[in-house]
Design a protein around this ligand. Structure first.
Ligand code: GAL
Length: 400
């Protein structure tokens, strides 16, 4: 009998500490953390870029803070040989050697393909070669696969079911199930990341034994612009119940350090993703990042919110105009509170006043401000000054 990774995961949970060796580390027990090449290098990524990112994860201290996946996105693929085996293109001379290098640094390697004939950037996809590709990835030592719908839409869904959107969705779900089966058969633990932009309420069908998704994109693509980041974050409201250990909503990779995002926007973006129990996949040029960016990505208190073992995603407690307050339950009864100012600055002339009862809290609370690193006490109606697009992120260990 073949066990799906989800059945294995359930067994792991059931066996708990009684069996700590064989199943001790189910994939994606907490949201995956690492780096992905797309947001900075796009389809021009090279073997040298990936090695430099791996090196930087180590020297920056990010690996030790939890960022272990080094994920090559679109652009690595070459052609298939006469036996149908996929080969990387000239920018990636030896994928197995690259995987060995990444592993030698205590990191893991991720790769990307599509269920269609072509990837989104026009490289070779996996259609008709799913089992073969899964075996090739396992042989290289791949630990993570992002499976991006791309040309499957035109080539399969719209061609096979031209006027039947529901049938198109069934074809899509089947395609994701097929790759899951292929990964299980390949026999290596591989994190399975679905990328189909949230279509057909993916959070309802991606987790579970059939499709076996460990994470799934809930939206279209992120860009390094505040409005887009805010739009994606807002669209996570209502999805908390679908996330948990082994299976996560993915509002897309991080843009921290990219484009023209301000320090406040980088902080707010990172805080929001941590509240959402989102995968933390840095998307910047790690080898050349300014210290301010490193300090944001490396904030261990914020990372601990994201990686909290309870695995409960934040919900929006309330909004008052342009200020939104989100809360997240943490293990041992602790709580994270994030106050986002998505609009214009609030000075002490007209500061935002936190309403504790709307968070289910009663009276003064003691916490830690995770961006200043200092203790903070919160009282009802306390004035909180928040700059344009900034955040206050607080951990309360013993909320009352
Ligand atoms: C998009 C995907 C991006 C990136 C890109 C590569 O469909 O959402 O995250 O992978 O394809 O071509």
């Amino acid at each position: 009998m073949r066990l799906s990774r989800h059945v294995l995961f359930a067994l792991t949970m059931a066996l708990g500490s009684a069996c700590s060796s064989a199943f001790a580390d189910p994939v994606a027990a907490t949201p995956p953390m690492g780096w992905n090449s797309w947001n900075f290098f796009a389809e021009k990524v090279t073997d040298a870029d990936v090695r430099a990112a791996a090196d930087a994860l180590v020297t920056s201290g990010m690996r030790d803070a939890g960022y272990v996946y080094v994920n090559i996105d679109d652009g690595w693929q070459g052609e298939r040989d006469a036996k149908g085996v996929i080969h990387p293109n000239a920018r990636f001379p030896d994928m197995k050697a690259l995987a060995d290098y990444v592993h030698s640094k205590g990191l893991k390697l991720g790769i990307y393909t599509s269920p269609g004939p072509k990837t989104c950037a026009g490289f070779t996809g996996s259609l008709g070669h799913e089992a073969q590709d899964a075996k090739t990835y396992a042989a290289w030592g791949v630990d993570y696969l992002k499976y991006d719908l791309c040309s499957f839409i035109e080539d399969q869904m719209k061609t096979k079911a031209p006027n039947d959107p529901a049938q198109q969705m069934r074809l899509m779900v089947d395609a994701y199930e097929r790759m899951h089966t292929a990964l299980v058969a390949a026999g290596r633990p591989i994190v399975y990341s679905l990328c189909q932009y949230g279509w057909d309420a993916v959070w309802e069908w991606a987790p579970g034994a059939k499709v076996g998704g460990n994470l799934w994109r809930t939206t279209g693509d992120i860009t390094p612009e505040w409005d887009r980041i805010y739009a994606l974050a807002s669209q996570q409201a209502g999805l908390a119940s679908y996330a948990g250990p082994g299976h996560w909503n993915d509002p897309d990779m991080l843009e921290v350090g990219n484009g023209k995002l301000t320090a406040a926007e980088n902080r707010a973006h990172f805080s929001w993703w941590a509240m959402l129990a989102a995968p933390l996949l840095a998307g910047n040029d790690l080898a050349h990042m300014p210290v301010e960016v490193k300090n944001i990505l490396g904030n261990r208190d914020v990372i601990a919110i994201d990686q909290d073992p309870l695995g409960k995603q934040a919900t929006r407690a309330y909004a008052e105009g342009e200020v939104e307050v989100w809360t997240r339950p943490l293990q041992n009864g602790a709580m994270a509170i994030a106050i986002f100012n998505v609009g214009s600055a609030r000075y002490d002339t007209h500061p935002f006043r936190l309403n504790l009862s709307k968070l289910g809290l009663h009276g003064p609370q003691q916490g830690k401000d995770l961006w200043s690193g200092k203790p903070i006490s919160l009282a009802d109606k306390q004035a909180i000054a928040l700059a344009h697009h900034d955040v206050m992120l607080i951990r309360v260990d013993a909320p009352r």
